[in-house]
Design a protein around this ligand. Structure first.
Ligand code: NOJ
Length: 542
């Protein structure tokens, strides 16, 4: 058992994507009122914390990751008072609340960017962002690509260019400017003072750009892709620059002014060894483990990534985190139905080979049961407790992700994992609201996955998640440690012990279950003497 039992070391954190969780006012867009009405269901599920994707004032060019006021809620989601009500209710249910901090860029409508545009070349206002002259006439200052496709620079009327690693509506802040640091420390304190328990820090690895903004040698266009992973020998000019550590330490000092708060970094494509440096004792509390998310359901690969994660984070005394789904990737029950993981972040469209739904459900449930037994903290994405698949046939006319538009539809984007989730099979919009409106259309198969069809139904994915979370808590698996049971592991079986629970994962032909009381299993008809089928997981009391 870990001596430090701080909540963030072992919490199961449930991600709410506010647009699509529940819609209280019936306008087709999820909101905080909807969250308030549905919070009890998260208590029943057994999560320890919620992380909210952004609900701040925003023109919604990137679904809220383009913030125009960091200290207010967008009217789409409700007034600030609704957030206070959600926070109070969550706390009364014993659920902590983490919110998103988007420090790499603001919206182009943010007053600071508007002031920079007005103030002109060389001004202090422009120094809050990255404005540069182009190379000879009409060429951008360097060759950096936008993660969403196209160029990372946009030219304005006076001839200067501004940098945006994402959409042109998301200008990057200049974190070498102390005023930017001050600005964000103030934002942190504003929300900490209101009572939030922590922050998830968006694109935490791109805040510092290499001095001189040199060209990139190998171009990668994906936030989540691994085609040009930075390494010690080959640093990247904007992913994972070392200067970021000073900024993290500043954040940590602010969060340490308060009791029991935590901050976690969202940082893709950096190797685990490098990520571990981000969670040294005076830096972030946690960081997302995207190496884990990017690993296929394959015995040897999983063992390798688990070992490496526990080792690397252990070196700095930090817990590992685990995650399979979020609002940027293909939902894992769909993704894991493919032999090769489709390119992360790009979604699946009607013209892509369609997934084998049954296989995805089986492997997806097994992957979750494996993950939730690991020591450390785990993230869940709304709807995965229902086994909700990706919407893979969304028509082009409904697409909203800037990736779709910036690549002329070549990359369909992330809308397929962001569709409003189903609550009641026979209600309008499957219970997302009472009017039947939905900002993205829900596919017909969501009816089958509705919570109403699963609650209390033995063997359903919802009941599986509830049971996993219950047993995980009872045995304090999050605070435990992992020990492989070598004599039971082979190239198609993984078996490990953690805190009095033996976890058996079968990737190959059926195996006899080791002796012991069956605590929970993905295989509904399994009995103690039974045979564990392929792509199934069982937890047994030691
Ligand atoms: C990562 C967020 O998760 C993603 O949704 C967003 O588009 C980018 N950062 C830009 O903020």
């Amino acid at each position: 058992m870990h001596a430090d039992e701080s909540w963030w070391r072992h919490a199961v954190i449930y991600q709410i994507y506010p647009r699509s969780f529940a819609d209280g006012n019936g306008d087709g867009m999820g909101d905080l009122l909807g969250v308030l009405e549905r919070l009890d269901s998260l208590k029943e599920l057994g999560v320890d914390a919620i992380w909210f994707s952004p609900f701040f004032k925003s023109p919604q060019k990137d679904a809220g990751y383009d913030v125009s006021d960091y200290k207010d809620i967008d009217p789409l989601f409700g007034p600030l008072a609704d957030f206070d009500a959600v926070l109070a209710k969550a706390h009364s249910l014993g659920i902590r609340v983490i919110i998103d901090l988007v420090p790499n860029h603001s919206s182009d409508q943010h007053p600071l960017f508007q002031a920079a545009l007005k103030a002109g070349k060389g001004s202090a206002e422009r120094d809050m962002y990255h404005f540069r002259e182009g190379k000879d006439g009409n060429t951008p200052p360097n060759n950096w690509p936008s993660v969403f496709g196209g160029n990372a620079w946009t030219q304005i009327d006076d001839g200067q260019w501004y940098l945006h690693i994402f959409d042109s509506s998301q200008p990057d802040f200049n974190w070498n400017n102390p005023k930017v640091i001050e600005f964000f420390h103030d934002v942190l304190r504003f929300w900490f003072d209101r009572g939030v328990d922590g922050f998830r820090v968006d694109v935490a690895h791109s805040l510092i750009k290499e001095e001189g903004l040199p060209d990139i040698e190998e171009i990668s266009t994906s936030m989540t892709g691994s085609d040009s992973e930075p390494t010690e020998e080959k640093p990247h000019p904007f992913w994972g620059q070392d200067g970021v550590h000073e900024i993290i330490r500043g954040f940590r000092k602010v969060s340490d002014e308060y009791e029991d708060r935590a901050m976690g970094a969202e940082a893709w494509i950096l190797p685990l060894k490098k990520m571990a440096k981000w969670v040294r004792p005076d830096e972030y509390h946690q960081t997302f483990n995207f190496a884990y998310l990017g690993t296929q359901w394959r015995c040897a690969d999983l063992r390798r990534v688990v070992d490496e994660s526990i080792y690397e984070f252990g070196q700095v005394g930090a817990p590992s985190t685990w995650v399979l789904s979020n609002h940027d990737v293909i939902r894992h029950v769909t993704r894991l139905a493919y032999d090769e993981i489709p390119k992360q972040g790009d979604g699946i469209g009607p013209n892509y080979p369609q997934p084998d739904e049954a296989r995805g459900q089986r492997v997806g449930r097994a992957a979750t049961a494996f993950m939730l037994a690991l020591p450390g903290s785990s993230y869940l994405y709304q709807g995965e407790e229902l086994g909700l698949p990706e919407h893979t046939t969304l028509e082009a006319k409904y697409r909203q992700d800037p990736t779709f538009f910036r690549t002329n539809g070549d990359r369909v984007g992330r809308d397929g994992c962001r569709v409003p989730i189903p609550w009641e099979a026979d209600a309008p919009a499957y219970g997302f609201n009472k009017t039947g409106k939905s900002w993205l259309p829900q596919p017909e198969n969501y009816r089958r996955y509705a919570r109403s069809e699963q609650a209390g139904v033995a063997g359903s994915t919802l009941e599986l998640y509830r049971r996993l979370l219950k047993v995980r808590k009872e045995f304090k698996l999050g605070l435990g440690s992992l020990k492989w049971v070598e004599e039971l592991c082979d190239d198609s079986t993984l078996v490990f012990d953690n805190s009095g629970v033996r976890v058996v994962a079968n990737f190959g032909s059926p195996i006899a279950l080791p002796a012991g009381e069956l605590l929970v299993t993905t295989q509904h008809d399994l009995t103690i003497e039974g045979v564990l089928e392929h792509d199934q997981v069982a937890w047994i009391r030691l």
